[in-house]
Design a protein around this ligand. Structure first.
Ligand SMILES: [Zn+2]
Length: 381
């Protein structure tokens, strides 16, 4: 499961980005330059604004690499202890500011960076255990926000993003991936709204009490339908990444507010159930939604060859041919997926910016990297 899902081991987290790391160590004060050896492009990162709709960095920090993999692979045993004993995170020597994963505040400091930080709840956790795990990761996130307030602030409202940038901080948006703590009661809706959660995928890859995920059969339950209405009432955006085709169809017929896909690619280019068909992309377009480009190898190419920049551009090119200029965004899946070294760790993203700029021009690069996702929130918060 882990190798076909996106939340498999981010094995390249220690990849060739190490050489850039020192350059990004001064928060909000540098203008580091990343050089793309493959193409020879140079992109000044202080001109790049980023709005990334999905990463799994919080789970990595709370669990550490080994436990993260165990959990994704379906072993929930460690979490009973973690949730109930309120222990400090096993990987507590790493922080959001400084770690060896894909995303750290030191790494993003060279950009104007808005990051959606998901609490990722794997299928191994359901009901009360899933809720305790949500609370554990949430508390860690709050603690990090308090400790790193010189360089990070939570975006409770969309103007907070620009305010953060003006204060040389990165912006953080709270999101959820896999809402399996919802089983019978809608009560958690109010609490996650108070936590500032703006975006939620209702399933991970299997079925839960709400709906069926990308690797499961079936669609929405009647409870799931009630939940969608309750979430929309709280202006929490539904994220269709991880829904299977039937669940997507069900959702499309019941939503009242715009929805989005935070981290999915084009199925016409890479035939994977986690990717979107053209019809699904158009449904998102029709409601004014956005689709976050995912850097996971398995969602970019169908074979096991190394993913090249042109493989990523092919997905964008396809969406642009569907008139998707206002619907493309970024959904890295950092710290939740295997991805090419030239895209990770996150400071290497300037290389993708250079490729997109060269292929499609400045305006498309701006829209993809920041503007479209920002405008979605401006319209819907
Ligand atoms: Zn995912």
């Amino acid at each position: 499961m882990a190798k076909t899902g996106d939340s498999s081991h981010a094995g390249s987290a220690q990849g060739n980005g190490q050489s850039n790391r020192e350059q990004c160590s001064g928060l909000g004060e540098n203008s580091s330059i990343n050089r793309d050896a493959a193409v020879g492009q140079t992109v000044p990162t202080d001109h790049v604004r980023v709005f990334d709709l999905h990463c799994d960095t919080l789970d990595r920090l709370v669990l550490g690499d080994d436990s993260f993999i165990r959990l994704v692979d379906g072993d929930p045993s460690l979490l009973c202890d973690l949730g109930m004993a309120n222990q400090p995170p096993p990987s507590s020597q790493a922080t959001l500011k400084n770690n060896s994963f894909h995303v750290s505040l030191e790494r993003v400091a060279a950009f104007d960076w808005c990051q959606c930080f998901a609490v990722f709840i794997p299928d191994a956790l359901q009901g009360e255990t899933a809720w305790r795990f949500y609370q554990t990761v949430k508390q860690y996130f709050k603690q990090q926000l308090a400790e790193q307030q010189d360089c990070l602030q939570q975006a409770w409202d969309f103007p907070d993003i620009e305010l953060a940038f003006a204060a040389a901080r990165s912006a953080a948006i709270a999101t959820i991936e896999g809402a399996s703590f919802f089983e019978h009661s809608l009560a958690p809706v109010d609490e996650i709204a108070q936590d500032g959660v703006k975006l939620i995928t209702l399933t991970w890859n299997n079925q839960n009490a709400i709906a069926a995920g990308a690797h499961a059969q079936g669609g929405f339950s009647s409870f799931g339908r009630k939940l969608v209405a309750a979430l929309e009432e709280q202006q929490i955006t539904i994220d269709v990444s991880h829904l299977n085709d039937q669940s997507f169809k069900d959702l499309r017929s019941m939503v009242r507010r715009p929805f989005l896909a935070s981290h999915s690619n084009s199925r016409a280019i890479c035939n994977h159930p986690r990717n979107l068909t053209d019809d699904q992309f158009r449904a998102i377009q029709d409601c004014g939604g956005v689709v976050g480009l995912n850097y996971c190898n398995y969602f970019l190419v169908e074979d096991s060859r190394p993913v090249m920049p042109e493989d990523v551009l092919r997905h964008l090119d396809h969406w642009l041919k569907l008139d998707g200029e206002l619907n493309i965004a970024l959904g890295s899946d950092y710290d939740g997926a295997d991805m090419p070294d030239w895209l990770s760790p996150c400071e290497n993203l300037s290389q993708l910016y250079g490729h997109v700029q060269q292929e499609f021009g400045n305006q498309i690069a701006e829209k993809l990297f920041f503007q479209n996702a920002h405008d979605f929130y401006a319209r819907n918060w």
